[in-house]
Design a protein around this ligand. Structure first.
Ligand code: GBP
Ligand code: ZN
Length: 258
């Protein structure tokens, strides 16, 4: 499979996933459909599916339009998220296939919204899998807890996504890496992986390049919200359990003025 970034709005990404043998494509969160169609046309891709991470307008806001532009396209979205234009509701564990070699597994990852879905995508056997995490997992961060609790985010982030193969490539909904890594350094000033990644992210930005994808392994080493199981991190922020630490980190980040 091939995955193409489609930059949209201020700091958002749609992603085009292509099954190379059939040239069939799926698009994650096509908020600006024209840009997605242009990308699909330039790569000779026949769009079949929309994968919606969650109901917010900066993710699902292009669904109705893309249905008009691509008659017959199927629009997937979380069954409890009231996604605009949804034709096929999905639940945790539901599978969809694309072309000959691409398989998509829906993972319910609630908290940012109630019905948020992350999509775990595998291609041919020798290809690294990818996960599209919307606003649940960002590079070095996570989404705001608009419709859920720290318990739910712990399950979504540290259990559901944290159990994927370490080499899984992480594609998230927004370009927040620089700010998130700056925040991460306030929590773990001595973490050299965070320091290195911040310098790299700043260089990427200067060059007009994305900081995405990351990997699950890289997130485990640099993302404070995925590191709440570590007693050392809990201690640093005065907490005694992973969930308490996650709640506290989110509270501190919500107030942080980077
Ligand atoms: C920044 O860091 O660059 N602009 C700021 C943060 C996701 S988008 C903007 C922000 O709050 N982003 C949201 C988030 O979860 N950020 C995590 C963080 O800051 O750590 N959204 O646009 C947001 O979900 C939205 C749309 C929200 C519709 C509610 C509704 Br309703
Ligand atoms: Zn959102």
């Amino acid at each position: 499979m091939k995955i193409y970034h489609v930059p949209c709005l201020q700091d958002s990404y749609s992603y085009l996933i292509v099954d190379e043998s059939s040239r069939e494509g799926a698009v994650v969160d096509p908020v600006e459909p024209e840009k997605v169609l242009e990308a699909a046309n330039s790569h000779g891709v026949n769009l079949k599916l929309v994968l919606t991470s969650h109901r917010h307008g900066d993710h699902a806001g292009g669904n109705e339009k893309i249905k008009q532009l691509v008659p017959g396209i199927k629009v997937y979205g979380g069954s409890v998220d009231n996604v605009k234009g949804c034709t096929d509701k999905v639940q945790n564990g539901d599978k969809v296939s694309l072309g000959a070699d691409v398989n998509i597994l829906s993972l319910h990852t609630p908290c940012h919204t109630k019905g948020h879905i992350s999509y775990y995508v595998t291609g041919k056997e020798d290809e690294q899998p990818a996960v599209f995490t919307g606003d649940t997992l960002f590079i070095a961060g996570c989404g705001k807890f608009f419709e859920g609790t720290a318990e739910q985010m712990y399950q979504s982030l540290c259990v559901t996504l944290g159990s994927l193969p370490k080499s899984t490539r992480v594609y998230c909904g927004h370009e927040y890496a620089e700010k998130n890594l700056q925040f991460a350094l306030t929590i773990e000033p001595d973490n050299s992986r965070i320091q290195q990644k911040l310098t790299w992210a700043q260089n990427q930005k200067q060059a007009g390049l994305p900081t995405i994808p990351s990997t699950i392994e890289e997130e485990m080493e640099t993302n404070p919200f995925m590191r709440v199981d570590l007693p050392a991190l809990q201690e640093k922020i005065g907490c005694k359990s992973p969930i308490e630490a996650l709640r506290e980190l989110r509270k501190v980040k919500d107030k942080w003025k980077g």
